[in-house]
Design a protein around this ligand. Structure first.
Ligand SMILES: Nc1ncnc2c1ncn2[C@@H]1O[C@H](COP(=O)(O)OP(=O)(O)OP(=O)(O)O)[C@@H](O)[C@H]1O
Ligand SMILES: [Mg+2]
Length: 407
């Protein structure tokens, strides 16, 4: 019995110690699992930091390389830009900007160099090491206005005959060149619009560009000869290159008289410069074909002072007068400019009758001024009296301007 009891106690002890062991193990397991989890997390953080550091390092490496390259470039001696005068096999005569001429070698890798090209030459040896292309990329688009105009024929009042002629001379050859090919005639390369200010010359040029979906390149003659001293001829050349690249296109030269006026003499360097630009212009006109998709429209208020070279056959040989509108024309122009106005009992016929010698631009000013009269009186509509007051105001302004010009 006592033995049996002793056995039982022994068993209990074993069970107890097994239970304790199991609890310990579980605890240990839990701690281990926790530690593993923590380690895994740490590992994750470390690898993401590593990725970031690697990225940063690659950025820094790139930065270093760039700076190093830049530094190396800065250390290189700069090259001179020279003009190639003539080429003789692997040698060439060049002219430096100071006018000095040299006979030098052309590096073997420089291909297709011709007289007239710009070249980069080594400062010491003056040998040609590169062809200089920048000249060709003279950014002509910075200096002229290039656009696809939205004005359509409906925005032009009157000028029926003028519109008909422009359609025939500019629009038709651009849209249906085959008509001319079939019949065997050459359409003019361009037209010259002349007449007083504000009569719609620019408007007409834009409308024809819009109706033919042509690129409209606008150049102002006086700017060409004043702003770009020394560059005028080059700019003219670049303008026509651009026109050909963006064809169909219309080159509109406003104030063409500044470029193409009869010259009494070409004594001063300024006059020589204008003359060079003009010569280049004529050469460009002569250089393209009648049915090339480029048309030229010149505009001037002073047809009387134009050099006849410009209107010689084959050049801008269609002269189109854009005069002041007659009464009927004025009514048509008023209709265009009042189309979106809120009018009340306005007799446009009478307005047209009372605006003799007004240009289209002045008629537009009358409409705007009449609108202002309404606004000043807090009205949302414009009356006939507003128009009468506006006519008077514009008339006085014009008279003042004219007096100012004379005085
Ligand atoms: N026939 C017209 N129909 C409608 N609007 C016209 C007409 N003529 C002129 N205008 C108005 O006058 C404005 C100026 O006209 P535009 O610039 O075409 O004149 P221009 O003949 O080129 O003058 P400038 O000789 O001074 O350059 C136009 O924007 C238009 O609003
Ligand atoms: Mg104009």
């Amino acid at each position: 019995m006592a033995k049996a009891n002793a056995n039982e106690t022994q068993n209990d002890k074993m069970v107890y110690s097994q239970t304790v062991n199991a609890v310990d193990l579980e605890e240990e397991n839990r701690i281990l699992a926790e530690t593993v989890e923590k380690l895994e997390e740490e590992n994750k953080t470390i690898s993401s930091t590593l990725i970031k550091v690697e990225q940063e390092s690659s950025i820094l490496r790139e930065l270093f390389n760039n700076t190093n390259n830049e530094l190396n470039n800065l250390k290189k001696p700069s090259l001179l830009v020279a003009e190639v005068v003539s080429v003789h096999g692997d040698k060439a005569a060049i002219k430096l900007p100071n006018g000095n001429k040299f006979y030098c070698y052309i590096a073997q890798h420089v291909k297709d160099i011709r007289s007239g090209d710009a070249a980069l030459v080594d400062q010491k040896s003056l040998n040609i090491v590169e062809k200089f292309e920048a000249n060709e990329n003279f950014e002509v688009e910075k200096y002229v206005i290039v656009e696809k105009p939205k004005e359509d024929w409906n925005s032009i009042g009157g000028l029926k005959e003028v519109v008909r002629e422009i359609k025939e001379v500019i629009e038709l050859p651009l849209t249906k060149p085959e008509l001319f090919e079939n019949v065997g005639i050459k359409p003019p390369k361009g037209v010259l619009l002349y007449g007083p200010p504000g009569t719609g010359k620019t408007l007409l040029a834009k409308a024809v560009a819009s109706s033919t979906n042509a690129t409209f390149i606008e150049v102002v003659g006086s700017e060409l000869v004043q702003k770009f001293i020394g560059e005028g001829a080059k700019l003219v050349k670049d303008i026509f290159t651009l026109a050909r690249r963006k064809a169909p296109s219309i080159v509109f030269i406003d104030e063409i008289d500044a470029l193409a006026s009869k010259r009494m003499e070409t004594g001063t360097s300024g006059e020589r410069e204008v003359s060079r630009t003009f010569m280049q212009f004529l050469a460009e006109i002569d250089g393209f074909k009648h049915l090339d998709n480029v048309k030229i429209i010149g505009a001037t208020n002073r047809a009387d002072i134009l050099d006849t070279a410009i209107i010689r056959p084959g050049r801008l040989d269609r002269l189109i007068e854009v005069g002041l509108p007659d009464e009927e024309g004025r009514l048509e122009i008023l209709k265009v400019h009042t189309a979106n106005m809120n009018l009340r009992r306005v007799n446009r016929k009478e307005v047209a009758a009372k605006t003799e010698n007004f240009s289209g631009a002045e008629l537009q000013a009358v409409c705007t001024e009449a609108g202002y009269c309404a606004i000043r009186e807090n009205r949302g509509y414009v009356t006939h009296n507003d128009f009468l007051a506006a006519i008077e105001k514009i008339q006085i302004e014009e008279d003042d301007d004219a007096a100012g010009l004379i005085g």
